[in-house]
Design a protein around this ligand. Structure first.
Ligand code: IPE
Ligand code: IPE
Ligand code: MG
Length: 239
């Protein structure tokens, strides 16, 4: 598959809405958490694929600000799963030179889960390879509102003039500050919506939706999405 791709047109930043764990489990007569476990296991392969392809930034949507509305046992199961996966994968991330960044608010997470994420970020902070951005308790609207509040404070303090607020200044106040906008957004499991993910950053991102459920999204599926991206003509409003 790899040789079918154009090495000159590899997306620098790929963002993924990892959807379909529940349906994958349901199809097997299993509880939803069984699907989340299978989905979490697939992330290791996704990271390996991104490294193979020389992608520089990979953002994965792992828990949204709206996912708290799910049944209590599913939420607590996911929170425990984060702890398990982060401790299991840390060594692998180090070996692969992956730097982990978080977008989203960790404060409302259970203490152990928050600590596991913070540990992973600090332990990998000197790595220089792939940047893995994990969106956890992330919602683009909350992130945008947070940026507006921060800018309002700076204006109030006289550090910034209202007329100086530009798209670039605004982007610098989002949790994705310093990260280039995604070139490719992949959503698995066929839903044609963005579900409050990176609303500001995806203005000119190419979107690929696959019917494959997240736990089945392997190397070949990833490469096929990149191939579809490479067949697109990006125009940015031009001709
Ligand atoms: C994505 O899979 C994982 C999270 C949102 C945490 P879902 O749990 O949304 O799976 P479906 O969409 O119900 O199949
Ligand atoms: C988006 O999936 C969030 C994550 C993948 C973490 P959802 O399953 O929560 O989105 P909806 O409910 O289908 O819009
Ligand atoms: Mg879903």
């Amino acid at each position: 598959m790899l040789h079918d791709l154009d090495a000159e047109q590899i997306p620098r930043h790929v963002a993924i809405i990892m959807d379909g764990n529940g349906r994958w489990a349901k199809a097997r007569g299993k509880p939803r958490l069984f699907g989340h476990k299978a989905g979490a296991a697939m992330v290791r392969e996704t990271i390996a694929s991104a490294i193979d392809l020389d992608i520089k930034y990979l953002t994965i949507y792992s828990f949204s600000t709206e996912n708290w509305t799910r049944p209590e046992d599913e939420v607590s199961g996911i929170m425990a799963l984060f702890v398990e996966v982060l401790s299991r994968e840390l060594q692998n991330l180090q070996e692969q030179n992956v730097r982990v960044r978080i977008i989203g608010d960790l404060a409302p997470l259970p203490e152990k889960t928050r600590a596991a994420f913070e540990n992973c970020v600090s332990e990998t902070s000197c790595n220089t390879g792939l940047t893995l951005i994990v969106a956890v308790n992330y919602g683009a609207r909350a992130d945008i509102v947070h940026a507006v509040q921060a800018i309002a404070h700076e204006v109030q303090d006289g550090a910034l003039q209202p007329a100086d607020v530009s798209p670039e200044i605004f982007a610098a106040h989002l949790s994705t500050a310093g990260i280039p906008d995604p070139d490719l957004l992949i959503r698995t499991s066929g839903e044609l919506r963005v579900s409050n993910f990176l609303l500001y950053e995806i203005a000119y991102t190419e979107i690929v939706v696959t019917d494959t459920l997240w736990p089945d999204f392997d190397h070949d599926e990833f490469f096929a999405c990149v191939a579809e991206y490479q067949a697109r003509a990006r125009r940015y409003g031009g001709v």
